[in-house]
Design a protein around this ligand. Structure first.
Ligand SMILES: *Cc1c(COP(=O)(O)O)cnc(C)c1O
Length: 355
């Protein structure tokens, strides 16, 4: 149990219009901060006014990227309550990332307590409009003032919050994605399964290339064979081939174990839809498309929930999927997940946690 000190902001900000929230542009009045030192462990949990943090220019995070983060949301239900979706999955994943990056873990109950506390203080920031939510961004940075390469002895754990708009304000528009053949996002034994800022730094060049070609996201292939599908930008990826839902397995440790990914697999199994977690080569997807058997493709992630893929581009070949329309399986998953998240559908799996 953390003893959280609360220092309220003297002046509250004006809240942005709920139809113009966008993603990650507006931040709330407060933030949660907790420090770590070897002597004291995690200590001095506090909720303070949102604002800049002062760090020494030699702070290790700036030089060696010892940083990790999480991403989850708080949802406003019809009766005005606020709920989280499977928060323990994110919290456990954050600790798994801590292990990989030599960052001291935080007891799971403490992280949940911190999230609930800061969301409660800024509860008026959880928007009400259809499809909107409060995005929660916990992150940890290494703060040792030293240029020596070794794990830091001091850290800061911070949670910031931002109200975000409906991802599909203009309807669900399938995205166009582009297969990346030159760069890779991670390699076996690397940090592919960790939610680390460094992974994103490494992926920017592929993302930039894709955007120059008119594509929204990159489809990453594995770093060894350069043919097995890993994931899409900041989403896990699923393909429906001849009625069977196929998604890359977590076994190789290349991909991020998405909470949305896991939730989709659980729902598909519950519905009796065949789903396979296995190696899936890009050649198999291309072949399925040629034979008219690539029924659907979609990405999964907290931000968009389900993002249908309407076009896949590889080596000059454009593959249009399901006529650039959202397919029935993608649609059913989207309706079910968003229904549970906003409290409109029964939560048989006990996935939601009220604040
Ligand atoms: C966060 C993230 C995802 C999606 O995970 P969710 O828990 O479903 O939001 C997928 N891939 C990468 C690389 C990510 O960082």
């Amino acid at each position: 149990m953390l003893d959280i000190r609360i220092e309220k902001a003297a002046v509250l900000k004006e809240k942005p219009a709920e139809d113009k929230l966008g993603f990650g542009k507006h931040f709330t009045d407060h933030m949660f901060v907790m420090d770590y030192s070897t002597e004291k462990g995690w200590h001095d949990a506090r909720i303070v006014p949102y604002g800049p943090i002062a760090l020494d220019p030699s702070a290790m995070v700036f030089h060696y990227a010892q940083e990790l983060f999480e991403g989850m949301k708080a949802y406003r239900t019809a009766d005005g309550d606020i709920q989280l979706f499977r928060p323990m999955k994110n919290i456990e994943r954050m600790n798994a990332t801590c292990d990989r990056l030599c960052v001291p873990k935080i007891p799971s109950e403490d992280t949940l307590q911190a999230i609930k506390a800061v969301v409660s203080v800024d509860k008026d920031w959880v928007p009400h409009a259809e499809g909107t939510s409060l995005y929660i961004r916990p992150f940890i940075i290494a703060t040792d003032e030293s240029l020596g390469v070794h794990p830091s002895h001091t850290y800061k754990f911070i949670i910031i919050l931002c109200p975000v708009g409906s991802y599909y304000a203009a309807g669900i528009n399938p995205v166009k994605i582009c297969v990346e053949r030159e760069y890779v996002r991670c390699v076996k034994g690397g940090t592919g399964r960790a939610k680390a800022g460094g992974n994103y730094a490494a992926s920017l060049i592929g993302q930039q290339k894709a955007e120059e070609l008119g594509y929204a996201q990159v489809l990453w292939l594995d770093g060894i064979h350069r043919k097995y599908i890993d994931e899409v930008g900041a989403m896990n990826v699923f393909f429906v081939i001849d009625g069977v839902v196929v998604t890359p397995s977590l076994e190789d440790g290349n991909i991020l174990p998405g909470v949305t990914r896991d939730s989709c697999i659980c729902l598909l199994k519950k519905w009796g839809v065949p789903v396979e977690e296995r190696h899936l080569s890009i050649d198999e997807v291309i072949e399925a498309h040629r034979n008219g058997k690539l029924d659907e493709a979609f990405g999964t992630g907290t931000a968009a929930v389900i993002s249908p893929v309407g076009e896949l581009f590889d080596n000059g070949e454009k593959m249009i999927i399901n006529d650039m329309q959202i397919g029935p399986i993608s649609h059913r998953l989207y309706d079910e997940l968003t229904g549970i998240q906003w409290g409109k559908k029964p939560d048989d799996m006990n996935w939601t946690v009220r604040i």
